[in-house]
Design a protein around this ligand. Structure first.
Ligand SMILES: [Zn+2]
Ligand SMILES: [Zn+2]
Length: 365
């Protein structure tokens, strides 16, 4: 319990910070190593969480290597966090000790702009505060993520986990889940919608499960036949091989929405003709350049290309509740904290089905 007196709290200066341990990269490209640090003193609206599980996202790997040039070090990655409440500030009303909770990709925003008011904190006009590799809005101290024993987050950015969801598998919902759920909701997917998913990794497999859960007809698009069986096991209705020109022609104008989860530079053009008139292709994988696109299928069919970033807090809670009702969970491989560097190597080779989740009980204090 965290009351602010003794226990895990308190240091020589009598500041009520919490000592904790995580795994950090000390500078760009370093291996992750054990790292002792402190979580802040509880503010009145803060929730202290003991982390039980943390998912391993592809962006963790990019950030540790500073591939996007926005890394801040030392860096404790991790933004798919599941745990239990161990203490609350005196103005917290939503959570109490013992509650099962989650934290995703952001821990704060301005709370005042039109986007925040509209429940789209991820698009906050002042920029949301990322769970790690960001700066706290009050003290500017570095935010540190979920590859650690504890985290302190303001209650507005803490989510509630439905009782029936298996905690050990829920973590990837906080990034991979909401990243695919949000576009499915934004483009009004429901019974009878024709949805295609390009790529079957961490994001793709969630897109399939969620779209199936919404009642859509789901097709997985792969470069070869190798993932057909997996796709059908995840609930897909059909599998389309993008290198099979005849099959691609037959599939023309057959989809209302395509979720593109491919995480590297690629050519959109062959996929655009698969959309029906007014259909949309939404990019959630590659952050950066694409191959040159031919606009003809867009213009001759009022087809759209869009992007989408995670989802707001209310929508993330809606996702968790939806998954609770439908018992939808990611496919996970549970690892120990000291296996993280090997997991990064395997992730780079796409050797994971479909998400690594760190069991934080394996991290010794
Ligand atoms: Zn992520
Ligand atoms: Zn805002």
């Amino acid at each position: 319990m965290l009351t602010g007196e003794g226990g895990a709290l308190g240091n020589e200066n009598n500041e009520r910070t919490m000592k904790t341990i995580g795994y950090a990269a000390q500078s760009a490209g370093d291996k992750l190593e054990p790292y002792h640090f402190e979580r802040r003193e509880l503010r009145p609206n803060d929730v202290a969480i003991e982390i039980l599980y943390c998912g391993v996202c592809h962006s963790d790997l990019h950030q540790v290597r500073n591939d996007w040039g926005i890394g801040l070090f030392p860096m404790v990655p991790g933004h798919e966090i599941v745990g239990k409440v161990i203490g609350v500030g005196n103005e917290v009303t939503l959570y109490k000790e013992g509650d099962k909770v989650a934290v995703g990709c952001m821990v704060d925003s301005c709370q005042e702009c039109d986007q925040c008011h509209g429940g789209e904190e991820q698009y906050c006009r002042e920029g949301m505060t990322p769970t790690y590799a960001g700066n706290d809005r009050i003290t500017e101290e570095l935010t540190q993520g979920g590859y650690s024993k504890h985290v302190v987050v303001r209650e507005e950015f803490v989510l509630s986990i439905p009782d029936n969801l298996d905690l050990s598998r829920a973590a990837p919902l906080l990034c991979a889940g909401i990243t695919t759920y949000s576009p499915l909701r934004t483009w009004h997917v429901g019974p009878g919608s024709r949805v295609a998913v390009i790529g079957l990794g961490g994001l793709g497999h969630m897109a399939v499960k969620l779209a199936v859960g919404m009642g859509a007809e789901v097709t997985v698009i792969g470069r070869t036949d190798s993932k057909r069986e997996d796709a059908m096991e995840l609930g897909a209705d059909a599998y389309l091989i993008s290198s099979d020109e005849t099959a691609m022609q037959v599939a023309e104008a057959g989809f209302d929405l395509i979720i593109d989860t491919v995480p590297v530079k690629h050519d959109l053009t062959p996929y655009l003709s698969l959309l029906d008139i007014d259909g949309s292709l939404v990019i959630v994988g590659q952050i950066g350049p694409l191959d040159e696109t031919n606009t003809m299928p867009m213009i001759f069919g009022r087809r759209r290309v869009a992007g989408s970033l995670i989802g707001g807090i209310a929508e993330t809670q809606e996702l968790l509740n939806f998954c609770g009702r439908k018992n939808i969970l990611p496919e996970c491989e549970i690892i120990k904290m000291d296996e993280i560097n090997e997991a990064f190597d395997r992730m780079e080779r796409s050797d994971v089905r479909y998400r690594f989740v760190i069991d934080m009980s394996s991290l010794e204090g």
